[in-house]
Every structure is written in C-alpha cells, then in structure tokens.
Ligand binder design. Structure first.
Ligand code: SAM
Length: 362
C-alpha cells in the first residue's frame, strides 16, 4: 500500500462516500439528513509528527508505508499541513542540517500550529540535551518565529512557551484559547470552527444550565457558555483543566465552574455516589440542567455516563468514532431520538469521520 495520496480532485467523492456510510450506519435510528461540513482539501492540519531520517550529512522528514514499516520514505513537504507548518518544514530541515548540535540523534519532530498563525516545534532526541543545544535552539526559535521544545529521556527544555494562543472568529466573537504542548487540541482548525458554530446553533434558545463532560481546553465551553445560565464543565487531564481555566479568563466568561473529574466520577457524583473533595463548593442540586454536552475520546461513553445521559432533556454529542457513537445511540434508544445530525470532515483522505448529534428526550 502506498503512502496516502492527498489529491484535491478526489476530495468530494471521498467525502460523499463517508457521508453515505454515515447515513447507512445510522439509518436504523431514523437519522435525519445530516448537515455536511467539508474540510479545506489541503493545508488543513494544525498538527503533524514526523520521524527524522539521518543519512550521512542529510536529515529528512520520514513517513512509512504500513506495508513496509521499516523502509523510510523521505518527504519534502506534507500537503495536509497548515500554512505555518508547511512554511517551516524546509526551513527547519535546512537549519538542522547546518547545525550538528541540533541535528545529532534527533529522532522525531512534532509541529503544532494555530489558526492565529502561531507555531510550536517539539524536537525529540535520543541523547541528553546540553547548554549548547539550548543556545542553538534559541537562535532557531528566533529564525523560525516559533516556540521550540527539546525533549529527551526525563528532560524537557522550553525555549519560549510550551503553549500556543489560538484565536477563533465565531459569530462575531473572537474566542481565545490556550493549547498546551502534548495536550489534546482539535487537529483541523477550520472544521473545528464549523463544529463550534453547529453546536452553538443547536443550543440556541434551549436555556437553563449546561453540564459538559470531556471539555479539554474549553474549546466548546467558551463558545457555548453565553447561551446558558450556568455551566459545569469537567475534564480528567490536569494540563487541559489548566488550559480551560486560562481560556475562560481570556474570554471573560464567568458563568462556568471547572472541575477536574473523569466522566465516571461525575456520573457517580451526580447520582448521589461517594463524596468528591474536588466537588467542594459545587452544589449539584442548585443547577437546572437542560443539556448535556459530550465530546468523548474514541472509546465513547462508559456505562455510568450513558446512565447519566439518559436522564437529560437534550444531549449534544460530538464524536470522533461513528462506531462507538452508534453503540451509544443504541443504548439511549429507549429514552432519546436523533433530532439533528451533522458530519464534519476533520480527517480528509482517511476513513475517519467526526459526527455531531442532537438527541432529544422522547
Ligand atoms: C476528543 S477530546 C475533546 C476535548 C474538547 N472537547 C475539545 O473540543 O478540544 C476528549 C477529551 O476527553 C478527555 N478524557 C479522556 N477520558 C476521559 C474521562 N474518562 N473522563 C473525562 N475526560 C476524559 C481527554 O483528556 C480529552 O481532553
């Protein structure tokens, strides 16, 4: 099997195939016609990771054909990568080749960019990093206009910041977010903007309070909060909670309480389970929840969260895995029907599809 091809001429047909599969998979649940949100056909990915291949004085970005995983294929560019990554790739490679201290035992390079034009480059080594590395990396950061992080076993050196500030225009607002190196952020920035817009339009006029699980850096929280009375947002990862708190402050949002809790913990607390110190000061009984917002990892919802969801009037569910979404919708069939559906092409030229559903109580 060759490396994936990124041919814009094939894009529409590939997306049509995915939409058809979605409609077929969800037909047993009487899914309405989905709204379809395409991606830009090129330069859509805000993240890219490459192994680095050394050959004499050369170093190259390498990709691997799954059929021949030991044979590196050197690449000069990566068409899906967002503009700041595409522009930096050849400049970084040339700078590495010109500087032994930056090049030696460099194993991998991770790029993270934002729609706001910021760029972070993580250089991962199979050797300890010394002061001369930091001096060279500081020069590189200035040349490329990027944040640079050096990683090696038990070592992390940050040149600049280990986070980026994203800014997203949405419905006349300019939303600001913190995106921390190594934490989750949506890979396709423009499609993410479309997801935020779709979710806000679905929430229009519902009112009451919102419970959000898997909130990450507050991506949806910041967009949705003004449409609800109060919001209780939860997330398990500590850096993501820190980023979410930053995002709330940066957007002057004051009706959200953030709690670091896993989905099964919040489900347990909600149904009167054990007491959680992290819930101190949060009076669950004082909320008038009308809506549950969910954006879980690929594994979908655990049994406790499904139980929790079954009691809500409205469930807004964003999923990166139609298979687990199908299973979760099946489990909620007795209580909820699909009122609206959307597909978001976060991952062009792959079989992956992001979907959104509004489920309302029967
Ligand atoms: C698909 S991401 C969505 C994040 C966020 N909604 C966004 O749009 O960027 C899923 C998030 O769920 C978090 N997560 C994973 N397992 C979890 C669990 N059991 N309980 C709560 N959060 C979890 C991850 O840390 C990640 O931030």
């Amino acid at each position: 099997m060759p490396l994936p091809s990124y041919n814009p001429a094939e894009y529409d047909a590939l997306l049509a195939g995915k939409v058809a599969r979605f409609k077929e998979d969800f037909a047993p649940f009487a899914v309405p016609e989905p709204a379809v949100f395409p991606s830009a056909p090129l330069h859509y990915r805000l993240r890219a990771e490459f192994r680095m291949w050394h050959d004499g004085a050369r170093v190259d970005y390498a990709m691997f054909d799954p059929a021949e995983p030991k044979l590196p294929i050197a690449i000069d560019d990566f068409p899906p990568a967002a503009a700041p990554i595409s522009a930096a790739m050849p400049r970084l490679r040339d700078a590495l080749m010109a500087c032994e201290v930056l090049k030696r035992k460099l194993f991998q390079v991770d790029f993270l960019a934002t729609l706001s034009g910021e760029l972070m480059i993580t250089l991962i080594y199979h050797r300890p990093l010394e002061e001369t590395w930091e001096a060279a990396a500081t020069e590189l950061a200035a040349t490329l206009g990027a944040q640079i992080i050096g990683r090696s076993r038990k070592q992390k050196i940050v040149v600049g910041r280990d986070w980026l500030q994203e800014e997203i225009e949405l419905n006349g607002r300019r939303l600001r977010y913190k995106q921390i190196e190594g934490s989750f952020s949506q890979p396709n920035g423009e499609v993410n903007r479309k997801m935020l817009g779709w979710a806000c339009a679905r929430a229009e006029g519902i009112g009451g309070d919102l419970l959000e699980l898997y909130c990450g850096n507050g991506n949806f929280t910041v967009a949705l909060a003004p449409q609800f009375g109060r919001v209780l947002a939860t997330e398990v990862s500590k850096p993501s909670v820190e980023a979410a708190n930053y995002s709330l402050e940066a957007n002057a949002i004051d009706n959200v309480t953030m709690v670091r809790m896993s989905s099964d913990e919040i489900s347990d607390a909600y149904t009167g389970g054990r007491e959680y110190r992290r819930m101190d000061g949060v009076d669950l009984a004082s909320y008038h929840f009308t809506t549950l917002f969910l954006d879980p990892p690929r594994s979908g919802l655990d049994a406790g969260t499904l139980q929790l969801a079954s009691g809500f009037e409205n469930i807004l569910y964003i999923s990166c895995n139609p298979l687990t979404l199908q299973a979760n919708v099946a489990a909620l069939q007795a209580t909820h029907r699909i009122a609206e559906a959307a597909v978001f092409d976060q991952f062009p030229y792959t079989h992956h599809l992001e979907c959104g559903l509004l489920l309302t109580r029967r």
